[in-house]
Design a protein around this ligand. Structure first.
Ligand code: PEP
Ligand code: MG
Length: 585
C-alpha cells in the first residue's frame, strides 16, 4: 500500500513507531452469508460457544480487577453478564440461524439491530441508554466470532516481545476511563478520530508519556490492522506505511529525542532558578498516588494537582460505586507519604463533562456546563463530606493543600468552607487527627471567578489557575471537540488578560497563585508566564525538566518588558511577533 499521512491535533510529545492495533467496532468486519442445511447446527454451536466464551471473559475481567478499580466498572460487567444470559441475546440469534440459515455473525447482528431499534422507541431516557450495553455485549460476541478479540497485552506479558511492545493503538475514540485502564497495557502511542488537545483522555496520555495524536477525522477507517505507523506527537502528524527513508529519518529523530531527554535528566536536582536568581516552584500533576514516583523522578517539589476523580472513575468489581472514606484516605495518605514532606495539593472530586461518574450522566445535554465538579459535590453533601474527611485525615501524615474545582459564586465558596468545617468537627468527635491549619484554595477556571478575585482572596489561602477550562469557558469551545480545536488558543488576548490579572492580583494580596492547566507544561509559554509573575507551575512530570531548562535560561529583567507589550496587544500578529522575540531572548 502507498504511504500516506494524516493531520490531527498533537496531544502528547515525542515520536512513536510501531504497528497499528485497531480497536475497531467488530460490527464493521462482519460478513453476511447463508449456511447450508447440514451446517446449520455447526453454525449454531459456533455462536453458542462464542457466548460461553464471552461469559468466561467477563468472569476473568471481574477476577482481574485491581482493588482500586472504580466500582462502576463492576456494575457494567454485571449488567453485561445479565444481558448475555437473557434468551433474547443468548437464544434468539440461534433461532435465526436455524430458521433463516444466516451465518452466526449475521444472525447475531440482526437480533442486536432489532433490539436496539426497540430501545429507540422507549421514552424513558435511562432505559433508552441501556441500548449501549446491548450493543457492547453484541460487540463482545462478534469479536470472539470474528477472531478480532485482540485485547492489548499487559506490559508484564510482553517483555522481550518486540511486536507487542511496539503497538500503536488506533481507535475511533477512547474514554478517559479506558485510557486509565490502558496504563498497564503495552503500547507505544495512540491515534483517535475524535478528541481535543485538552480532553482528559489526552491529559492521561500525556501523563503516560506516550506520543499521541487525536482529532484525526477518519484515521480508524483509513489505517488497517498491522500497518506500520509513525506518530509525530509534536506535529500531530501520523504517517502510515512510511517509505524506508522516512522511517529511517524518524528513527533518527526518535534517537535524538532520547538523547535530549537523557541530557534533561541531569537537571533533576538543579533548583529551578532564573538567571537573575528568582526561585520557581515546579510541581507535578498526578491522577493516582502511584504517579508520585514519576513526580519525584522528575524532581518535582510537590504535587500541585492530584485529580482525585480518577479514584472514582471506572471502578470495576466493587460492591460500592464510590470509594469509601477509608479507601480514599489510604490513597491520599499513600500520596502524601510518597512525596516525603513535599506538599500535595488534592483537588476535590471534579466529575461531570468528559469524566462522568455514571453512564446515566452522559445524557446531560451540555455536560461541561452542567452539574460538574463542586456543583456536583454540593448537590451530594454526604459524598463530599466523605471525601473531605478522608483528605483531612491524610493531612495528619504530611502537608496537604485542599483545592476546590469550578467555583464561581461566593455562596459556593462559603458552602464548601462550611462543609470543610463540618468534616473537621466530625473528625474531632471521632477523635481522629488532621492538620488544623490545612490550606484551602480554589481553582480559577471559570471566567466569572477570574473576574471576581476579591471574593476568593478574602475567603481562601491560595489560587490555582486551570487554564484548560478557563480557555474552554472563555472562548466557548468544547475542549473535547476536535471540530473546534483550532480555536483553542491560550494566546487569545482575553485569556492573556485573565491570566495576568489573576497572577498579579494574587501577588498583590500576598496569596500564592499557581497554574495547573496544560499551559504550565508548555515550554513555548514558560517565559510568558514568568513575565506575568507566575512563580508556581504544576504539570505532568514528563514536561517538568524541559520547563526547568527554559527557566534556567530566562532572565526576568529581559522578559518582563516584552510580556507587558504582549499584554497591551490585541492583534494576533503583534502577539505572535512578540512571542517569537520572547522565545529568542
Ligand atoms: C484545568 O481545567 O485547567 C485543570 C487543571 O483541570 P482539569 O483539566 O482536570 O479540568
Ligand atoms: Mg478544570
Amino acid at each position: 500500500m502507498a504511504s500516506f499521512s494524516l493531520h490531527g491535533i498533537p496531544v502528547s510529545r515525542g515520536i512513536a513507531i510501531g504497528r497499528a492495533h485497531l480497536l475497531k467496532p467488530a460490527a464493521l468486519d462482519v460478513k453476511h452469508y447463508l449456511v447450508a442445511e447440514e451446517q446449520v447446527e455447526a453454525e449454531v454451536k459456533r455462536l453458542s460457544d462464542a457466548i460461553v466464551k464471552v461469559h468466561q471473559e467477563l468472569q476473568t475481567i471481574w477476577k482481574d480487577l485491581p482493588a482500586d478499580a472504580p466500582s462502576e466498572l463492576g456494575a457494567f460487567i454485571d449488567v453485561h453478564a445479565l444481558i448475555l444470559s437473557d434468551p433474547i441475546v443468548s437464544e434468539q440469534p440461534l433461532e435465526i440461524i436455524r430458521n433463516r440459515h444466516y451465518n452466526a455473525e449475521w444472525a447475531l447482528l440482526t437480533q442486536i439491530d432489532e433490539l436496539s431499534a426497540q430501545f429507540d422507541e422507549i421514552e424513558d431516557a435511562y432505559l433508552r441508554e441501556r441500548k449501549n450495553d446491548i450493543l457492547q455485549v453484541g460487540e463482545r460476541i462478534l469479536k470472539v466470532l470474528t477472531g478480532s478479540a485482540s485485547q492489548l497485552p499487559r506490559k508484564s506479558h510482553v517483555d522481550g516481545d518486540e511486536v507487542a511492545a511496539h503497538m500503536i493503538v488506533v481507535a475511533h475514540d477512547i474514554s478517559p476511563a479506558d485510557m486509565l485502564q490502558f496504563r498497564d497495557r503495552a503500547f507505544v502511542g495512540f491515534v483517535t478520530d475524535l478528541g481535543g488537545q485538552n480532553s482528559h483522555t489526552a491529559i492521561v496520555a500525556r501523563s503516560l508519556d506516550i506520543p499521541a495524536a487525536v482529532g484525526m477525522a477518519n484515521a480508524s477507517s483509513l489505517i488497517s490492522q498491522d500497518d506500520w505507523v509513525i506518530i509525530d506527537g509534536d506535529a500531530g502528524v501520523v504517517i502510515v506505511d512510511p517509505a524506508p527513508v522516512v522511517l529511517a529519518q524518524y528513527r533518527e529523530s526518535q534517537n535524538q529525542l532520547l538523547r535530549e531527554r537523557k541530557k534533561l535528566g541531569k537537571l533533576k536536582k538543579t533548583p529551578a532558578i532564573t538567571m537573575d536568581g528568582t526561585l520557581i516552584h515546579l510541581l507535578a500533576n498526578i491522577e493516582l498516588p502511584e504517579d508520585c514516583s514519576g513526580a519525584l523522578d522528575a524532581g518535582a517539589v510537590g504535587v500541585g494537582l492530584f485529580r482525585s476523580e480518577f479514584l472514582f472513575m471506572g471502578r470495576t468489581g466493587h460492591a460500592n460505586k464510590l470509594p469509601s472514606e477509608d479507601e480514599q484516605f489510604e490513597s491520599y495518605r499513600k500520596a502524601v507519604i510518597a512525596m516525603k514532606g513535599r506538599p500535595v495539593t488534592i483537588r476535590t472530586l471534579d466529575v461531570g463533562a468528559d469524566k462522568p461518574l455514571a453512564k446515566a450522566e452522559e445524557t446531560a445535554l451540555n455536560p461541561a456546563l452542567g452539574l460538574r465538579a463542586i456543583r456536583y459535590c454540593l448537590a451530594e453533601p454526604q459524598m463530599f463530606l466523605t471525601q473531605l474527611r478522608a483528605i483531612l485525615r491524610a493531612s495528619a501524615f504530611g502537608p496537604i493543600h485542599l483545592l476546590i474545582p469550578m467555583l464561581s459564586h461566593a455562596f459556593e465558596i462559603d458552602q464548601s468552607l462550611m462543609l470543610i468545617e463540618q468534616a473537621k468537627a466530625q473528625l474531632r468527635d471521632a477523635k481522629k487527627k488532621y492538620d488544623t491549619d490545612i490550606k484551602i484554595g480554589a481553582m480559577i477556571e471559570i471566567p466569572a471567578a477570574a473576574l471576581t478575585l476579591p471574593l476568593f482572596i478574602k475567603r481562601l489561602d491560595f489560587l490555582s489557575i486551570g487554564t484548560n477550562d478557563l480557555i474552554q469557558y472563555t472562548l466557548a469551545i468544547d475542549r473535547v471537540d476536535h471540530e473546534v480545536a483550532h480555536l483553542y488558543n491560550p494566546l487569545h488576548p482575553a485569556i492573556l488578560q485573565l491570566l495576568a490579572t489573576t497572577i498579579a492580583t494574587g501577588a498583590k494580596a500576598g496569596i500564592p497563585v499557581a497554574v495547573c492547566g496544560e499551559v504550565a507544561g508548555d515550554t513555548k509559554l514558560t517565559r510568558l508566564l514568568l513575565g506575568m509573575g507566575l512563580r508556581e507551575f504544576s504539570m505532568h512530570p514528563a514536561q517538568l525538566l524541559a520547563v526547568k531548562q527554559e527557566i534556567l535560561g530566562s532572565d526576568l529583567a529581559e522578559i518582563e518588558p516584552l510580556t507587558k507589550k504582549i499584554l497591551r496587544a490585541y492583534e494576533p500578529v503583534v502577539i505572535a511577533e512578540a512571542m517569537e522575540r520572547l522565545r529568542a531572548l
